[in-house]
Design a binder for this molecule. Structure first.
Ligand code: IVH
Length: 707
């Protein structure tokens, strides 16, 4: 593997040190030109194989030899240096992959609806939230499964663009986006001084098939589906490769803007068109639920003949004033929903049941399948969930099974076709011994999951934890894939996370390993060193504590602020009944079950020692405080009482929480503010008695920035 992030200094050294013109005295000019052409093509091919597919076809040494040969010929025939010479390309290749760009407004996902009732419930929820009784039009837009991007324009010029990433921070793919025909570099007509425009980058079915054919001809890896092809093409380190890829773009949403651009989404779409974007021509403004349902049916009917793959329709409440009021809940907006098409099915043969051991010791059965296309995606594997599921469906090796893919969900085995069962088949026997370490695998009464009892002596668990530790949302270390971790683990180089930071000391040794070279080893060291600074939330997530996913890690980081405080509080919380434990369990979104997992982790001295050893090697960045802190009500305890005239209680409460306030039900000395609606009773009186500040609904609107 050679580096994703070639260091120009190293390249130059390699190229020139060995670029001895005397090595190639026999070449005629014509032969030299032909060979340079061939080398440019070959090196570009291997660059693609590496950067794009993470699947190099030659070793670092072989790759270096190609480049050296190229440099040597160029040194001997400087007049023949090509405009696409690999020697020159390195300079404009980003040094360390893509820079990160923080989105000013988070890029969230959408909730799903699967039928008319769920869609109706979405509208009813929005109405209830707003207390809205009038008509509420929506805009329907086919939902393309591509890659969402955020495009920033200043004074009408495209300045940068980023992928969605984790929703908060994406990858800066500006240079690649600039190569896309579909992206206006300047907005025509009147545009705000600052505007973020969001849309979907995708590949049409025809372009996808043609690209795969070309990839096949070039013996390069083919893409599994148009989405992967679009993502792979946009995330190229060399923009010239992106430029050759047929990427399309539909614009469909807005991020931050310096001035309002429209009062309705429908008008906003028109403005996007005026500025030079393509908006999906099938989009429609729909006045009623019935119209929306008819639209859904119409699009479903056209689905197969559309030039691109879609998996549903996105519906957005048209009135942008209402949209703003509706805001978000968790990771999804209250003002939009994705109404997905029913799942797609296919049948195939189950070849093998493999048992995976996860980082918490859970044994998970995985079905290895005869690869089959399910709704445009090639599927070769599927989860079988757990042993009960296998028994319930009586899934056996050799069976023909019905597979289903519903939206983004991993394919599932729905059923077995009994008539096609081989006559000699036997029921599957679930192992009670861990396949990785041979320890007993036990299933506590009442639980569905069987777990390996080997703990940290089980290599699968240790390796899985390390894989999780370096994964994208955790330490995100480029160049350390699953296989490498397994290899280094087997070598005894990697046992605990702290060992990772000892790898740079082995750089020379790593460089001599099979599949490695000086460059790739160097790049790995750099990737590791770069992560000595780590945001608190990533560190918490990386520990792989059960139930602590990305969003819980974020909540914890925000709540505790800095590493030292978090560690101290967690240690104290490991004691049942302690104040810290109760505090932990009452963080909104955490709750007692999660608190227990954390307490259990910190109650184990070995874990704390491992964490301390790791932390000693890191600079942990304090958590970003919610943006809301600069609002007047941030951190305040607020109580609403009486009937509000201009908004519903849930809306008022959500807005207060967005701005960092805590909303409680009863008035006490701890209350900072009571919002008094009409017919307020005892709470308003109690506020008066306690001397707690009260405001009217109108005053509250001003405070919360409604008007
Ligand atoms: S609006 C706050 N509109 O769907 C969410 N998204 O599941 C704003 N998508 O990440 C997204 N077509 O990649 C929106 N017309 C459309 C869309 C669309 C496809 C994708 C997008 C987003 C995902 C959410």
């Amino acid at each position: 593997m050679f580096g994703a992030a070639p260091d120009p200094a190293i390249w130059n050294m390699t190229d020139h040190q060995t670029a001895d013109p005397h090595e190639i005295p026999d070449l005629t000019e014509a032969e030299a030109a032909e060979e340079l052409r061939h080398l440019a093509e070959t090196i570009a091919h291997h660059d693609r194989a590496y950067h794009q597919h993470d699947a190099p076809e030659i070793t670092d040494a072989e790759y270096d030899a190609l480049r050296r040969r190229n440099a040597a010929i160029e040194a001997r025939f400087p007049d023949l240096i090509r405009s696409d010479s690999p020697t020159h390309r390195v300079g404009d290749t980003p040094e360390t992959g893509f820079a990160k760009l923080r989105h000013r407004v988070p890029m969230l996902s959408l909730d799903n609806a699967f039928d008319t009732e769920e869609f109706a419930e979405f509208l009813a929820r929005a109405r209830r939230f707003l207390g809205w009784t009038e008509a509420m039009a929506v805009v329907g837009e086919p939902k393309i499964d591509g890659l969402s991007i955020n495009l920033t324009y200043e004074n009408g010029r495209f300045v940068h663009g980023a992928t969605r990433g984790d929703g908060t921070e994406g990858e800066d793919v500006t240079a690649n986006l600039r190569t896309m025909q579909a992206l206006p570099l300047r907005l025509s007509g009147n545009a705000p001084a600052f505007i973020e425009i969001r849309g979907e980058v995708f590949m049409t079915k025809a372009d996808f098939l043609a690209l795969n054919e070309a990839q096949l001809a070039a013996e390069a890896k083919v893409f599994a589906n148009p989405r992967n092809a679009a993502a792979g093409s946009l995330r190229q380190l060399d923009p010239r490769i992106t430029a050759q890829r047929p990427l399309s773009l539909f614009a469909y949403a807005q991020g931050e803007t310096s001035e309002p651009v429209a009062e309705s989404h429908w008008v906003y779409l028109q403005r996007l068109r005026d500025w030079g974007f393509t908006v999906n021509p099938l989009s429609r403004r729909l006045e009623t639920e019935e119209e929306a349902a008819a639209f859904q049916a119409g699009i479903a009917e056209q689905r197969a003949t559309l030039p691109y793959d879609i998996d549903g329709v996105v519906y957005k409440i048209d009135d942008l004033g209402l949209e703003r009021r509706l805001g978000f809940v968790g990771r999804a907006p209250r003002w939009a929903i994705a109404w997905k098409f029913p799942a797609e099915q296919a049948t195939t043969i189950l070849r093998e049941i493999r048992i995976q051991v996860g980082r918490t010791g859970a044994l998970t059965p995985v079905a290895e399948l005869e690869p089959v296309n399910v709704g445009g995606v090639l599927v070769a594997r599927s989860t079988l969930h757990n042993e009960d599921e296998i028994a319930r469906k009586d899934v056996r090796i050799g069976d023909t099974v019905v597979l289903q893919r519903a939206g983004d969900v991993i394919p599932q085995i729905v059923s077995v076709i009994a008539e096609r069962r081989p006559p000699d088949s036997v029921p599957y026997v679930y192992p009670d011994i861990c396949p990785a370490c041979g320890s007993h695998a036990v299933r506590p009464p009442g639980e569905v999951v069987r777990r390996c009892t080997g703990g940290l002596t089980c290599p699968a668990q240790r390796v899985e934890r390390l894989i999780h530790f370096v994964s994208r949302a955790a330490f995100d270390i480029d160049g350390l894939g699953e296989k490498t971790i397994q290899e280094f683990y087997a070598e005894d180089w990697l046992h605990s996370p702290a060992d990772l930071f000892r790898l740079p000391a082995r750089e020379a040794e790593i460089a001599t390993r099979d599949g490695w070279g000086k460059l790739s080893a160097r790049n790995l060291s750099r990737a590791i060193e770069a992560r000595r600074r780590i945001p608190l939330e990533r560190l918490i997530f990386a520990l792989g504590i059960r139930r602590i996913g990305e969003s819980n890690a974020k909540l914890l980081a925000r709540h505790y602020g800095n590493y030292a405080h978090w560690r101290e509080q967690m240690l104290a919380a490991s004691e049942i009944g302690s104040e810290e434990r109760i505090g932990l369990g009452s963080i909104i979104g955490i709750g007692p079950a999660i608190a227990e997992e954390l307490a259990e982790f910190f109650g184990e001295p070995r874990n704390v020692a491992t964490l301390d050893e790791l932390a000693a090697k890191l600079t942990v960045e304090d958590a970003a405080q919610p943006q809301a802190t600069d609002s007047e009500i941030a951190g305040k305890v607020v109580v609403f009482t009486g009937t509000l005239e201009t908004m519903t209680r849930p809306e008022a409460k959500a807005r207060a929480e967005t701005m960092g306030a805590k909303v409680t039900d009863s008035v006490s000395k701890k209350t900072d503010l009571v919002v008094v609606g009409t017919d307020a009773g005892s709470k308003a009186r109690r506020a008066g008695e306690l001397g707690v500040k009260t405001v009217t609904e109108l005053e509250w609107r001003a405070l919360a920035g409604f008007d």
